[in-house]
Design a protein. Sequence first.
Length: 738
Amino acid sequence: MIIKGSVENIVFRNEENGYTVINIFAEDRLLTAFGIFPVIQEGETLSLVGEFKTNPKYGEQFEVTEVTFEAPTDKAGIINYLASGLFRGVGEITADAIVGHFGLKTLEILEKTPERLREVRGIGAAKAREIAESFRNHSEMQNTLLFLQKHGISMGQSLKIYRCYGDDARELITENPYRLVEDIEGIGFLTADKIAEKLGVEQDSDFRIMAAVTHTLLEAAGRQGHTCLPEEKLLSQTAKLIHAESSDRIKSCLPFMQINDKIKFYRYKEEDRQASKGAWALSINYNLENSIAAKLLKLNNEAQELDINIDGELDRFESENSIALHTKQREAVALAINRGTVVITGGPGTGKTTIIKCILSLMSARGHKVLLAAPTGRAGKRLAEATDCEAKTIHRMLGMDFSSGKPVFKFNELNNLETDVVIIDEISMADIYIFNALLKAMPQGARLILVGDKDQLPSVSAGNILADIIDSDMLPVISLTEIYRQDANSLIVLNAHRINRGEMPVIDNASRDFFVSNVEEGERQVEAVVSLLTERLPKYLDCSIRNIQVLSPMKKGIAGVNNLNVRIQEAVNPYGKEITINGTVFREGDKVMQTVNNYDLQWEKGVEQGEGVFNGDVGYLTEIGKETLTVDFEDGKCAVYGVESREELIPAYAVSVHKSQGSEFRAVILVLSNAGYMLLNRNLLYTAITRAREAVVIVGPVGIIKRMVSNNYVAERYSLLKEFIWENQRKARLLKGE
């Protein structure tokens, strides 16, 4: 059945999925219609396909299956349509004047000969162009969004697509729907595949197979942090994705993708490599890792190697700060002063921060300018507090700007940072993209000091920078093992190192900072977490629940992140204005986390303005608007999310251990329940408890702790940085005739 009418008012609209309830004047009466709608405004004329249904609560309603826009057919309707606010430069007076001049031909004039608008008194050439352009853009956008939503694409994703392709969206997607996999963040192969099926694209289409390969490599980078995949893994995972019985057809497409510079192949040169002869990588990741390797070696070689004995300076630093540096700490500072690039790694309490402060003191005394940075805002804030010096995120230090639609850095290979020394803390969290940008901006002869904990989980994003540099054995590395930061009653640091050595932690609930609540899996665990978070720990530490973070190894299950967030929200923020996004309820006041790097999201921080909110940034949802969400982040930034970006947020009362990397909290509640063997390992347990500064409470059976301590499995991260460091070093030696 088809009904046509004018939208009287919009009763409800979910901008995420387009679900809308409207009152529409059709068939000479006011009707209620509901279903998935494109962006609409009151006053627009619609043609709706569907059927009437009777709701026990709301009575008769029209359930919509298809929506098309209709031009209003009378003068009053055309005036209301033009004055609805959809078109720039047109209010009620202007709309009345236009329709008064052109009558029922107004919309035809706007579409075909908009230059005639200048015939209307008060409309000049500039205003005529503005109205015509606005009319054309709105019509095209409506039709494009409708086309996309018919193919199962959410409103947020549809807006991203339209902004990327503009008026060519339908033509481009119809020609090759798989281009969405590469071009639009958040749209994967499965979504593109559904569209392709509706458009009649063949299952063995080259477009489909190449998109599946690209998707597999993108997913490997985005979800597992791999910058490449061994050929047999790439083929098997891609075959599984497209339900292919054989990988022969996939393999035949790889050379074509290589010729078109979509992917690149690296053939391992080391004899002791696994059965695989080489690995495939997206060209961008391949080039970035090769660039990083070359720049690291160049930076290390360019800096003047000194041979300065700094024992006297270290003695003075010890005297002034009433401390005694260990031999390894003194060695680390000496290397940082004398060499171009140095890596300092160690676990909690091994004195990494003391070394950074000492390097700052000695470098400043020499008149050198030192910049401090970290991959995340939270890590940067911690570094600043520990050193009493300014510390920024790497992005901010480099002056990132996204106004052109892609990240551009003020400081780069043509405009270097004005510094003599750069110290990067928590380097294990950096991905290859930002690390390459940093190396580009390093001035010739400057020193680079990388500090981190090699035993933490690797970065969430693509790359394995710290581990690869250490394993290459081509740059100076100092490993700190001696524990300095530990008072007599503290167990956090002691137990972290015990776990790292494969020893059971000391479980002594009489301690003041390390506790185990031996609660079996299930509802009792959830109740214990809520009680600890809302009552017991805030009283014990005299702090807000904002200072406490709940962690879990997994997302699903009773003790998983998803359920914990729901239960904690019920306890701490049960009422208030709310919105549902992808099935998740968000309320004003909720703790939230950004899940991807969004380089063009604008923020304000007092009088300061900028762009860029990054994966792992935590804040609080302060306002839910009609089409926006406002988030105040812990580093002081305030950002407003539109329809296209708000799905990047997740609840953060509880987060995965991986998502907590680089963060430090006054207290951590770690919930442990049975999960996969590979997930419950020593590395994850170590990372989780080292997030806490004053207290750790593990909620779970002691048996699971034993299982994690004994499980030293660490999933291999596939990357090429180490290979490229070796290769670039070999090339350098050949050039020197060595």
